[in-house]
Design a protein around this ligand. Structure first.
Ligand code: NDP
Length: 284
């Protein structure tokens, strides 16, 4: 079997053009969606991610503001900046780019963002709403993965989903979202014994570990759908996923590439959440 490639770049393009139309309609009603990103310090990876988020926002017509703060800013001062954006009606979404410097408590920062503007979906209120199946800002990478699976017309209900990785931003929530879609979900992590015995059972296998080429064809059930979340830069500069793509595509029925898979969808879902938030400003 040779797998269908789930093209995240193409799907993201389609979603962005739909979002652009929605933003035009919002603007006719006097609402311009706004996204504020707060960056502390000069982490090069963060700067590059932010560039992608800015480009997508501007392409869709969302007004974008980068609040770039000194690495030395105190936690108290940072919380004050967040509060300023909580109160500012021009911004429907606030995102604090992670990671933060060691002297700042990430939990306190996330909890300071108004849950109504938490477009990353990391605030415990949004996590709780997602867990209980209520309307919420869904975390961008997991929400993008669900969109990709659905776009490929893959049935989720009743499928055995195996998730490798249990981080709060990818592994745990993607399993929860697919449980909400009536999948049966197994989580694997660094303490899992006999990983392969679990992964080989997955009708849908989601890999979010952060180790290049960690999962090979021998871990994959014949005909499975494989979603590779990993983004790893090799010493030669090449970007690769957590899955050995070339051999996995011979066994899977559908697979996401790296790059051009989950990444573009993550950014698109951030803008989607910002537009969703802005809709609340439209007067009936
Ligand atoms: P984390 O480092 O937070 O989590 C990695 C997870 O992998 C942990 O749960 C860990 O287990 C598990 N793990 C580590 N080693 C093993 C092992 N040997 N066997 C089984 N499980 C293992 O990473 P993230 O979730 O933040 O990200 C994962 C990958 O996805 C990274 O490459 C990241 O760059 C990428 N990513 C891509 C995004 C995109 O938009 N494309 C967005 C976000 C992330 P334990 O909990 O026990 O430590």
């Amino acid at each position: 079997m040779v797998a269908t490639i789930i093209d995240g770049k193409e799907l993201a393009k389609e979603m962005r053009s739909e979002l652009k139309k929605e933003v035009e309609q919002l603007k006719e009603k006097g609402v311009t969606p706004g996204l504020a990103i707060i960056l502390v310090g000069n982490n090069p990876a963060s700067l590059s991610y932010i560039k992608g988020k800015q480009k997508a926002s501007e392409e869709i017509g969302v007004s974008f503001k980068l609040e770039h703060l000194e690495e030395s800013i105190s936690q108290e001062e940072l919380l004050e900046v967040i509060e300023k954006y909580n109160q500012d009606d021009r911004y429907d979404g606030i995102l604090v780019q992670l990671p933060l410097p060691d002297h700042i408590d990430e939990t306190a920062v996330i909890e300071k963002i108004s849950p109504e503007k938490d477009v990353d979906g990391f605030h415990p209120i949004n996590v709780g709403r997602m867990m209980t199946g209520q309307d919420a800002f869904l975390p961008c990478t997991p929400a993008g993965i669900v969109e990709m699976i659905k776009s490929a017309n893959i049935e989720i209900a009743g499928k055995h989903v195996v998730v490798v990785g249990r981080s709060n931003i990818v592994g745990k929530p993607v399993g929860q979202l697919l449980l909400n879609e009536n999948a049966t979900v197994t989580y694997c992590h660094s303490k899992t014994k006999n990983l392969r015995e679990h992964t080989i059972q997955g009708d849908i296998l989601i890999v979010a570990v952060g180790r290049p080429h960690f999962i090979g064809a021998d871990h994959i059930k014949e005909g499975a759908v494989v979603i590779d979340v990993g983004v790893n830069r090799l010493e030669n500069g090449k970007l690769v996923g957590d899955v050995k793509f070339d051999e996995a595509k011979e066994k899977a029925s559908a697979i996401t590439p790296v790059p051009g898979g989950v990444g573009p969808m993550t950014i698109t879902m951030l803008v989607y959440n910002t537009v969703k938030s802005a809709k609340k400003r439209v007067r009936p």
